[in-house]
Design a protein around this ligand. Structure first.
Ligand SMILES: [Zn+2]
Length: 428
């Protein structure tokens, strides 16, 4: 870990790269304890969502990326906070690109279980309206809250009313005044991004009806650990959740988890259903006890396990780098596939730059023609890749492995090989 830290630091000084603005937190985001143990240190990393235009290459800002474990409540967290303005004002992640089916089914489930014809639904972090859009079509009154104007505009075009702001007590008050209390509050893949969780949950407890339901999806940390997904650590992700840490936090706001579902989305997530403790109409389902039990056994997280995780990551980084350098040495070229946030963490921390990968293929028009932050690898369209005779592809978007291999079957048919780095290193 130390060697990696020095490497990143040296690279930074060499390039005369600048340290970006960030805020340091000294107490736990959930329980305010100071007993915080650092178990991962990635050194200085560029903001993973900052895809560079050609003239911005080498001018990007760097931020420390360190991951801590709270000894008091167990929350896994990043305490170096990049300003929300830097991260989310222009957000380059559109949920509809790959997740439409997931959210369509989600909307149908919510309808079946919790809605009546007059229900009012609020979604925190509504992105491009991928979940609210089907609910609106079903005839419900919906409202989205999202600070990212560029993606929020897409939701507006679908007819969804969007408040362009960060959700908290103030926004909850504004919604209350105008629309009244909500029957259902949704928040998907957004709680990881929030530093002031107290403010968000105070807002939720004000806005939610006494018999209302809060439903949210978060990445599931025990799965991250099991699959060694260290590429999921980046500046945008401030907290990493499991049930054992979430429930006591929700209790502070008189809320409790009454159901939970494991989801395969993002390589391991949970959909959590919460209600007010005073609401006796909804029973606590067996799923809650089951997952709690899992977290006492195989899904357990403690200091020793986390320190061991750090050692395993080091080994993984060395192995993948060795494999890639071997291929290069034999005279073959390698390109990458999928330039998401995960890819940027992985490339930066493994030191895989434009000396190893000629380019990265990505479907997103917003990313094409740009360069990856820190590693400065050009991002190109799949059409360019399909005309190329390259034989090795490092599959950076490994969580979309099936879809990508299916899409690129001509490459495989011609003898091309996908190098997959997660969960274990393999070649397909
Ligand atoms: Zn804590």
């Amino acid at each position: 870990m130390l060697a990696q830290f020095l490497l990143n630091y040296t690279q930074m000084t060499k390039r005369k790269a600048k340290l970006g603005k960030f805020k340091k937190r000294s107490i736990c985001r959930f329980c305010k304890s100071r007993k915080l143990i650092k178990f991962l240190d990635f050194g200085y990393m560029p903001h993973a969502g900052n895809y560079l235009k050609p003239w911005e290459v080498g001018k990007e800002y760097y931020y420390p990326l360190r991951i801590f474990f709270c000894k008091s409540c167990g929350l896994i967290q990043n305490l170096d906070i990049i300003s929300s303005e830097t991260l989310f004002k222009n957000y380059h992640y559109l949920s509809s690109v790959s997740l439409t089916k997931h959210f369509q089914e989600y909307a149908e489930e919510v309808k079946k279980k919790f809605l009546n014809e007059n229900s009012f639904i609020v979604e925190i972090g509504s992105n491009d309206g991928v979940l609210l859009s089907p609910l609106l079509k079903m005839g419900y009154k919906v409202l989205g809250v999202d600070p990212a104007v560029n993606v929020g505009r897409i939701a507006k075009k679908k007819g969804i009313n969007v408040v362009f702001d960060y959700f908290g007590v103030k926004v909850a008050d504004r919604i209350l005044k105008k629309n009244g209390k909500a029957d259902v509050i949704l928040a998907n893949n957004v709680l990881a991004h929030i530093d002031n969780m107290d403010n968000v949950f105070s807002g939720i407890s004000k806005l939610l009806k006494s018999d209302g339901v809060l439903i949210f999806e978060v990445h599931y940390f025990p799965d991250l650990l099991k699959m060694m997904q260290y590429d999921f650590f980046y500046g945008e992700h401030l907290s990493y959740y499991n049930l054992s840490t979430l429930n006591p936090f929700l209790n502070k706001f008189n809320l409790e988890i009454f159901d939970v579902k494991k989801m395969s989305i993002h390589s391991g997530s949970i959909r959590v259903y919460a209600k007010f403790k005073t609401n006796n109409k909804l029973k606590i389902e067996v799923s809650v006890g089951k997952l709690k039990k899992y977290e006492c056994g195989l899904g357990h997280v403690d200091e020793k396990i986390l320190k061991n995780f750090d050692l395993k990551i080091d080994k993984h980084r060395v192995n993948i780098k060795r494999l890639l350098l071997g291929i290069k040495k034999s005279g073959s070229r390698i390109v990458g596939y999928g330039a998401g946030g995960r890819a940027n963490t992985f490339l930066s921390t493994c030191g895989i730059g434009n000396d190893i990968l000629d380019y990265i293929v990505d479907e997103s028009l917003e990313r094409q023609g740009r360069f990856t932050p820190g590693t400065h690898i050009p991002i190109v369209s799949p059409e360019i890749f399909r005309k190329d005779s390259v034989k090795y592809v490092l599959l950076l978007a490994w969580n979309y492995k099936k879809e990508i291999i299916k899409k690129e079957r001509a490459f495989v048919k011609n003898g091309g090989k996908f190098i997959v780095s997660f969960p274990g290193i393999s070649m397909t």
